[in-house]
Write a protein that binds this ligand. Structure first.
Ligand code: ZN
Length: 280
């Protein structure tokens, strides 16, 4: 599957950029026993599911936004054997004509490593911002929880968030927050306390970047399931709010770890994922 997908909504241009697949042991992550595993998702449960790590570019006249900034890490315990990652985030942005300097805002869905480890990179032995002009919007609860790690020398957080903090580039977001008329940050706690969703309204259409509200489409069809590390009652509230809005708005949806954009469809009283057809 192509790593880059471009969608247009009126004046807005959206780039869904997969920065590299990771392995997810679904049965373990969801705590689902073999007897409970639905036949149609057997292949995903049989071996570690291969999930995307999407970053999303949203371009509007006078506004360039990035949702999450990931860098593929070969040394991660989630790395797939014999896997060649696609070109990195900056190279894929270049494919759609966007330079790192042009990014005005980065919205971090939540502070798990695979969503923010591309905020900086090493240059002459120093960590420097990969998007030097961007303000980085982070859910306040996640920002507060990250403080001890930022103060730990040589941690990922020190090398990324710490560098940006010193440059005054972090904006902790408390609740919902709007970036102009078209882009809204919506609090959607559960995966982490400061997890946030991004809503784009353009050309009479709606698009949501929902981060890790789900990790795999099996959770959309079986919403009682969720990852072990989430606060599930809170997650369920965030999911319910999102599902109601997305169905009513017939919205396009991008999930961090699901390949390609999609939509929700009501099927037999439940909800299922439908992958959006890619235009040529
Ligand atoms: Zn994630």
């Amino acid at each position: 599957m192509e790593s880059l997908q471009v969608i247009e909504l009126g004046e807005a241009r959206v780039g869904v950029i997969n920065t590299g697949d990771l392995a997810l042991d679904l049965a373990d992550a969801l705590g689902v026993t073999p007897a409970e595993q639905p036949a149609e998702y057997a292949a995903d449960f049989a071996e570690p599911a291969q999930v995307a790590v999407n970053c999303i570019y949203i371009g509007l006249p006078g506004l360039n936004v990035l949702v999450d900034a990931a860098a593929y890490d070969l040394d991660s315990s989630f790395a797939l054997p014999n896997y060649t990652p696609p070109p990195d985030l900056i190279a894929q942005l270049a494919q759609i004509g966007v330079t790192p300097q042009e990014i005005d805002h980065i919205i971090i869905s939540h502070l798990h490593f695979d969503h923010f480890n591309g905020l900086t990179h090493q240059q002459d032995g120093q960590f420097v911002p990969s998007f030097p002009n961007a303000v980085v919007h982070i859910g306040q609860a996640d920002w507060l929880a990250a403080q001890p790690k930022i103060e730990t020398a040589d941690s990922l957080e020190a090398h990324t968030l710490g560098v940006l903090q010193q440059q005054g580039r972090i904006h902790p977001v408390n609740g919902d927050y709007a970036l102009g008329d078209a882009v809204q940050i919506l609090a959607s706690p559960g995966e982490t306390p400061g997890h946030q969703t991004v809503k784009l309204s353009a050309g009479g259409q709606t698009l949501y970047c929902i981060g890790d509200l789900y990790h795999h489409i099996v959770e959309i069809a079986y919403p009682q399931w969720g990852v072990r590390w989430a606060d599930m009652p809170t997650m369920q509230q965030s999911r319910a709010q999102f599902v109601e809005a997305a169905l009513a708005e017939d919205a396009i949806v991008i999930v961090s770890h699901v390949h390609g954009a999609g939509q929700l469809a009501e099927v037999n009283g439940g909800v299922q994922w439908r992958t959006l057809e890619r235009s040529a």
